[in-house]
Design a protein around this ligand. Structure first.
Ligand code: EPU
Length: 429
């Protein structure tokens, strides 16, 4: 068991480089099996979800060669269809993209129910509706999603009842090799959807409209391999921005697309931080003296739900009363109990949290109940007085590449410790 230990109170200064986006990397890696060829994917984040995606591909017969810490060659020539083990796919939500990828390549898929963070109910009805519109038959059997399209998928008209990133991605992946044209209406518009479309188009797909609410895909006979570089992770960048806002200091964040961060930047400026943008860089400075703000999370270009817990941690340190409303997930408030252990004053009613800023948070033993909740604990720990010990850090490692090392380089007093069963602690960093 590992824990992250933080002695809070140090402002952050220096420069930090952002890695490739997790939520772009996962669909791109899994969609690479649509090619019967080699793809080189660059600028991958070194995180456990990516390692898991590569393990899944390996288990399906793909050749996986790490070229550097952040780039991989995938040889999908000999990939097999069939059952993708439950133990692998149940660990992350992105594994649902295998349904689209396997249906596209083999006309059949047999994939364990996808896991991922616990935000309450996470249905896949829109994915199923989309596959059915393309002629597939879908059954749920013994915890597996069993999909078949014996005569191959055909293009279809898909209108989503809600804006969903996962179903938009899954249908896009499935439609690339389908016969005829597919139109996805009410599509999600996140930057990682555009990135996936760019990757598939680089492989020879014909996708237009990604980044708008209507995506059109003309099916092609086959895809070829390519070399592709993943976009920077806007949520990783936003997390460092939130950390600096809370602790005070000045940090230059490199390898970002400032346009993707505009809504986060605007909110942090409203709270009193100062933000300067250059081409691929953002510099944030903060005195740590912040004003209250209200946040409502929405699908892109609205405020990202994946920044919700981190922003709540920052708002705990701001003067006044803030309201945070969750507009995407049924329940993303499991982090609130943990922040309250640190002295936060938060009440939750349905999908809305009311946060009363406090003079200072105080360090405490807390748990990373999910990925972004874990990031919120780190931010709270950095801003708090005293020692914070965060357990459950496997959740954080799913999505942040070396967050401890990066924060340490910015002056944070933070380390990972390994705890044996006898509760002996051995310092690792
Ligand atoms: N929904 C349905 N039916 C469906 C699919 C979704 O009702 O068939 C609902 C969900 O219940 C939710 C809303 O639609 O209320 C949005 O879900 P979406 O499908 O957009 O989410 P997702 O694809 O499962 C991805 C990210 C999440 C991120 C959301 C929203 C990946 C691997 N995961 O999840 O990222 O919160 O989009 O932007 O891309 C994270 O990185 O920490 C993370 C949780």
């Amino acid at each position: 068991m590992e824990k992250i230990v933080i002695n809070g109170g140090a402002p952050l200064y220096g420069e930090v480089a952002i890695n490739g986006a997790k939520n772009a990397a996962l669909p791109i890696l899994l969609a690479s099996i649509l090619t019967r060829d080699k793809c080189v994917i660059e600028h991958l984040p070194a995180i456990s979800d990516v390692a898991l995606a590569l393990e899944i591909l390996r288990s399906m017969g793909a050749g996986i060669k790490m070229l550097t810490r952040t780039s991989v060659e995938i040889d999908a020539t000999h990939v097999r269809g069939g059952i993708v083990p439950y133990e692998l796919v149940s660990k992350m939500r992105g594994s649902s993209y295998l349904i689209g990828a396997e249906l596209g390549r083999f006309g059949a898929a047999h994939v364990g129910w996808p896991g991922g963070c616990d935000f309450g109910v996470r249905p896949i009805d829109q994915h199923i509706k989309g596959f059915e519109a393309m002629g597939a038959k879908i059954d749920i059997e013994n915890g597996y999603i069993v999909a078949s399209a014996p005569d191959g998928l055909r293009g279809g008209q898909v209108y989503f009842d809600c804006v969903t990133v996962g179903a938009t991605i899954n249908i896009m992946i499935a439609a690339v090799l389908a016969k005829g044209n597919t139109v996805i209406d009410n599509a999600a518009r996140e930057p990682h959807i555009v990135d996936l479309a760019n990757f598939l188009n680089t492989c020879g797909a014909k996708i237009t409209g990604a980044g708008t609410g209507v995506i059109r895909i003309s099916g092609v006979e086959r895809l070829h391999g390519c070399t592709y570089t993943i976009i920077p992770d806007m949520i990783e960048a936003g997390t460092y921005m939130a950390a600096v806002a809370a602790t005070g200091g000045k940090v230059r964040i490199t390898n970002v697309i400032p346009k993707h961060l505009e809504i986060i930047s605007a909110k942090l400026e409203e709270m009193g931080a100062l933000i300067e943008e250059e081409d691929e860089t953002i510099t944030i400075s903060s005195t740590g003296d912040l004003r209250r703000a209200n946040i409502k999370t929405l699908p892109y270009p609205g405020f990202p739900t994946d920044m919700h817990p981190q922003m709540s941690a920052v708002l705990c340190c701001a003067k006044g009363t803030s309201i945070v409303s969750e507009g995407v997930w049924e329940n993303r408030f499991r982090y609130v109990d943990e922040l309250m252990k640190m002295g936060a004053d938060i009440s939750v009613d349905g999908r809305t949290a009311t946060i009363q800023g406090v003079e200072r948070l105080s360090g405490a033993p807390v748990r990373a109940v999910d990925l972004r909740a874990g990031a919120a604990m780190i931010i709270a720990g950095l801003a708090a007085e005293g020692r914070t010990e965060i357990s459950g850090i496997g959740s954080i490692e799913r999505g942040y590449d070396d967050i401890v090392g990066k924060l340490k380089a910015l002056g944070a007093n933070i380390k990972t410790i390994y705890c044996s069963d006898e509760n002996e602690l051995r310092e690792a960093q």
